[in-house]
Design a protein. Structure first.
Length: 613
């Protein structure tokens, strides 16, 4: 959940490192730091502070020690706290007793307490509350002049997950890196500059090079000033994103930009994947296992947070149109129960980053049983893409805002394509298939029209409700998961608002007790098969004088009699309404967060890619 950068070369290492690190702030931003080897003084200088990367930059500008920060190699880190409070001492990089070893770490060391007790008995002195510092002292214990040997010996003692970058005063001119269940990618120079970057995310590297190598689990890499060595050499891959993709393009926040990019995300998710005249979806990532997919009789879908809500929508799609019994589990719980799996079952994992630790753990547990595994992932080369049997890419480019927006919309579209793919294998008629294709193709235009017309009015609505501190979101059938997602967005972005999502039919079983004039209810109530049921629930809330905001289908005047405020979305087929109904909820959360002075791109206590369990 933190960001790592390492640089070795002859350019301005601090400028390059901090520029790359800023691109990783969405992964963690409680504190930041760096360590750089100064060859002239034979010393590693380390600076780390609580707060954002800007704090480091300002301190360097206002100091008289910037000349000490020239040299190479250097490592950088931005932290999202897991062990120990947010403080300078707990910020990375961490060092050993002799300040010979400096390292930055992403992940979590599960056995750090046992290791710390052993090391303290051996005389090691600790300066932080973190699990990471244990690794520095383990490397120190094994260091005999060769850094990579010491790192390889140290990591054998670690249980948990790690991505490490390590430098040493007594074995300089190299960076040693290692990974287990936490991503690391090496940027390879496209010319003969002999300058290398290593980072925990492609977005940090893309401005400098497009040639990359993704490290695999249990690999160690030694990066020198003119070469690098991995235990198992592989050909570099080619990055599919450009530096221009990671800009705000005039928007005040990435979150708003990415909501507005949702129509483009839909277009990119379906590009080349629909055959309208045959009512088919063509998914190249599943082509090699198409025969095996014809045999599956059950699906389990896993994901975390927003991805799990996409999975819930997918369950309705798959059962109604593909006729496949489908179960949805939160990844962090799935591996701890004993699901009934056989050769006719497949596991579908959903993760924007492809690095979500709990989802990867569920995937690995099921692979041990020989079950077919599939993935819906946005990041090429991520761990999930390499470990699933087959999968589907979102192809929507990077998503920088911590709160998922365009990636959620894309996941819903991919699930609709997946449903069409499996449904046409199993008896979904040509006419129904053609109708679904037509409706999918029409989505992006309807989304552009909605976003162009409604953003201003939703901002006004947020101003009206910005002083309320509690909300309930309600929906039925396909839009029940959207109620959960709408509430999640408001909690994430407009804290400390408290918001909960429920199935509308559950309202009388408890939540209705909260209805009063100070507790707004948000209903997702398009004109679908459960429309009348939703209106009945709205009557019950109105009778208790709670404010009602309704998400409704264009042209629905009846709903105005019940709701205090109505946001209209274009009409589409029932299974696709969540793709439209979530847009006003994302915008509402965004504007509420901005009005409340929250950092909507980097909400407190959260990180984009959750790479620890």
């Amino acid at each position: 959940m933190c960001g790592i950068v390492g640089y070795i070369g002859k350019q301005d290492n601090i400028k390059i490192g901090l520029t790359a690190l800023k691109r990783l702030e969405y992964r963690g931003y409680d504190s930041a730091g760096f360590a750089v080897f100064n060859e002239e003084k034979n010393k590693i200088f380390c600076l780390k502070r609580t707060g954002r990367v800007d704090v480091l930059e300002n301190e360097i500008k206002n100091s008289n020690f910037s000349s000490d920060l020239t040299g190479s190699p250097s490592i950088f880190h931005t932290r999202w706290a897991t062990h120990g409070q947010v403080s300078d001492a707990n910020a990375h990089p961490h060092s050993d007793c002799q300040e010979n070893i400096f390292l930055a770490h992403n992940g979590i060391i599960e056995n750090y307490k046992e290791l710390k007790e052993i090391l303290e008995k051996e005389g090691h002195k600790f300066k932080s509350e973190t699990d990471t510092e244990v690794i520095a002292h383990l490397i120190e214990k094994n260091f005999k002049g060769n850094l990579e040997i010491a790192v390889r010996k140290a990591v054998k003692n670690l249980k948990g997950a790690y991505a490490l970058v390590v430098i040493s005063r007594d074995d300089p001119k190299k960076i040693v890196a290692a990974r287990l269940s936490s991503p690391l990618v090496i940027g390879i120079p496209e010319d003969n500059s002999n300058e290398y970057l290593i980072a925990s995310d492609q977005t940090a590297i893309v401005p400098f090079t497009k040639k990359i190598i993704n490290l695999e689990d249990n690999e160690v890499v030694v990066i020198g000033q003119d070469n690098f060595l991995i235990i198992k050499e592989r050909e570099p891959e080619r990055l599919e994103i450009d530096a221009d993709d990671i800009q705000k393009d005039g928007y005040p926040h990435f979150m708003l930009k990415e909501i507005m990019e949702s129509p483009e995300a839909v277009d990119n998710s379906i590009k080349g994947r629909l055959i309208p005249e045959e009512g088919l979806a063509m998914l190249g990532g599943l082509q090699d296992i198409e025969k095996e997919l014809r045999k599956i009789k059950r699906l389990n879908i896993v994901g975390c947070g927003t991805a799990s809500y996409a999975a819930m929508v997918g369950r309705y799609m798959l059962e109604e149109y593909a006729g496949i019994p489908t179960e949805v589990d939160i990844s962090s719980e799935f591996r701890y129960r004993k699901p009934i799996l056989d050769e006719a079952t497949a596991l579908l994992c959903i993760s924007q980053s492809g690095e979500t630790a709990d989802t990867l753990a569920a995937l690995r547990e099921i692979k041990r049983r020989g079950t077919m595994t599939l993935g819906i992932v946005n990041v090429p080369g991520s761990t999930m893409t390499r470990e699933t049997d087959a999968g589907i890419y979102n192809h929507i480019g990077p998503e920088i805002g911590v709160a998922a927006t365009k990636s959620f919309v894309s996941q819903l579209v991919i699930l609709a394509l997946f449903t069409l793919f499996l449904g046409r294998q199993r008896g979904l008629s040509l006419v129904k298939g053609q109708r679904i294709v037509q409706d999918i193709q029409g989505l992006s235009g309807k989304m552009r029209e909605f976003l162009g017309k409604q953003n201003g009015s939703i901002k006004e609505l947020a101003e009206k409700y910005s002083k309320f501190n509690n909300f309930i979101y309600l929906g039925r059938k396909y839009n029940y998961p959207i109620a959960l997602e709408g509430a999640l967005k408001l909690k994430e972005i407009a804290y400390p608002i408290h918001a909960e999502g429920f199935a509308s039919g559950e309202m009388k079983h408890g939540p209705l007790a909260l209805a009063d004039p100070n507790f707004p209810f948000v209903f997702i109530a398009p004109q679908d098969s459960v429309y009348e049921k939703n209106l009945s629930n709205m009557e019950e809330v109105k009778a208790r004088k709670a404010p009602i905001i309704a998400i409704a289908t264009e042209g629905d005047e009846r709903i105005r009699e019940l709701a205090d405020d109505v946001i209209y979305i274009p009409k589409t087929s029932e299974m696709l309404t969540p793709i439209l109904s979530v847009l006003p909820l994302q915008l509402f959360a965004y504007h509420m967060g901005v009005l409340r002075g929250c950092d909507v791109d980097k909400p407190r206590n959260l990180a984009k890619s959750v790479t620890v369990e």
